[in-house]
Design a protein around this ligand. Structure first.
Ligand SMILES: [Zn+2]
Length: 298
């Protein structure tokens, strides 16, 4: 899902940005999943991907300050990190991307844009904004990957529409991100409830199917179950994915405008440094061979 979102976001950009992003669409797509890979090597990485917003009361969560400094004063850094910091992390990544544009650092622009896209997409997933993030509190384990990977894998290419229009300039970044977070939070009940309702009408052998994946037989939600779920959600996953693509492109565009719309044709730092290559190799190796540190969902 992350790869697809970064990929489609490129086509919403103005030509002045397309000149850099389009030829590097492979990099932006491939590195969309780096932040999840980093969770295998870094304890602090996990908190960047979610927010257990229900920890802070009820929708629309007026007790939780939207501004990081105020939230930190109220709850302490450790406590905030324990329940996730994705809305604030997106803003930190936005400043990094703006800086990279300002410095016209090609590798930093592409790396930061790819990773920013990941966190923005996570914020659009209802189960990333809910403490019952994998249905573990309601015996619905597996629903996380079902919603964000299995259903898109089955329907995105053939049935979903990714013609979205153009990126826009975001004047109030914090307000924009919090609106997406609240949309996700409001949808999380529906995501869980619909799965439960449909499960009541499926025998376990109908709900799951064994399918081949990368040469192995794995237990998956069946296509029939996924199709009914998708109908019951009335295209929610497609809508969240479209909104996510729009948000990623608009954030990339906003960072570029805030950096003074630099000319992207002549850029420095053209190839990966040795330490960057080493970091990617290490992440890939740990990702293949080890378990994630902390919470287990992507
Ligand atoms: Zn993630």
């Amino acid at each position: 899902m992350h790869e697809k979102i970064n990929y489609h976001a490129v086509f919403l950009l103005p030509p002045q940005m397309m000149i850099l992003f389009k030829p590097n669409i492979g990099f932006l797509t491939e590195h969309a999943v780096d932040p999840d890979k980093r969770r295998y090597i870094s304890v602090s990485e996990g908190a960047h991907h979610y927010l257990d917003i229900d920890h802070y009361g009820r929708y629309p969560f007026p007790d939780l300050p939207r501004d990081y400094k105020s939230a930190q004063l109220k709850y302490s850094e450790d406590s905030l990190r324990a329940y996730g910091i994705v809305p604030w992390w997106i803003q930190i990544m936005m400043s990094r991307l703006t800086k990279a544009f300002r410095e016209k650092d090609k590798q930093a622009i592409l790396k930061t844009a790819a990773e920013l896209g990941h966190y923005i997409a996570d914020a659009h997933v209802p189960l990333h904004v809910c403490s019952n993030h994998n249905g573990q509190l309601t015996h619905q384990e597996g629903i996380h990957a079902f919603w964000e990977s299995r259903v898109p894998e089955l329907f995105a290419e053939t049935d979903w529409d990714f013609f979205i229009g153009k990126a826009v300039y975001i004047t109030d970044l914090s307000g924009f991100i919090w609106s997406r977070i609240l949309e996700s939070a409001a949808a999380s009940d529906t995501v869980l409830r619909c799965e439960k309702e449909i499960s009541d009408h499926f025998r376990p052998d109908q709900k799951y199917a064994f399918e081949e994946r990368k040469g192995k037989l794995v237990k998956q939600y069946s296509t029939a179950f996924a199709s009914l779920y998708e109908d019951r959600l009335d295209h929610m996953i497609e809508r969240r994915m479209r909104q996510s693509i729009f948000a990623v492109a608009s954030c990339w565009y906003t960072a570029w405008v805030n950096a003074g719309q630099p000319w992207l044709e002549a850029l420095t730092h053209d190839s990966l440094s040795d330490s960057e290559i080493k970091e990617y190799e290490r992440m890939n190796l740990e990702w293949k061979n080890h378990d994630i540190i902390g919470r287990k969902c992507q």
